[in-house]
Design a protein around this ligand. Structure first.
Ligand code: FES
Length: 115
């Protein structure tokens, strides 16, 4: 079980439980199920509307999350990831800060999601 806190300047923070490890539950799906108003459009990693910033809420290191080629392309287009960061992620397995909620699979970790 993971705790996911959604935070936006326009809404009250909301923390929800997520079933981790399903390998299918995206952050966007979790948000919509819990009536968190994250903006979205394509739900397919192409438009970039669901861009979120993900960080850890405790001192544990974050798990890396697989970035798809599609997601990398959109994040590059939005200026939210550099080639150096992409290379570093590939080598060190460090998690990316900016993600697309429709592509990010919830893992067994407590996170803060800014949208
Ligand atoms: S909704 Fe389009 S990239 Fe996520």
């Amino acid at each position: 079980m993971a705790l996911v806190t959604f935070s936006s300047p326009d809404y009250k923070d909301k923390t929800v439980y997520a079933v981790a490890g399903s390998h299918t539950q995206t952050l966007l799906k979790l948000a919509l199920e819990n009536k968190v108003p994250i903006a979205f459009n394509c739900k397919d990693g192409e438009c970039g509307t669901c861009l979120v910033k993900v960080s850890s809420v405790d001192s544990k290191p974050r798990m890396s999350g697989h970035l798809t080629a599609k997601e990398i392309g959109v994040l590059k287009e939005l200026g939210k990831i550099t080639q150096k960061e992409i290379d570093d992620i590939a080598v060190t397995d460090m998690p990316a800060t900016w993600r697309l909620a429709c592509q990010f699979i919830v893992r067994d970790e407590d996170i803060l999601v800014e949208y």
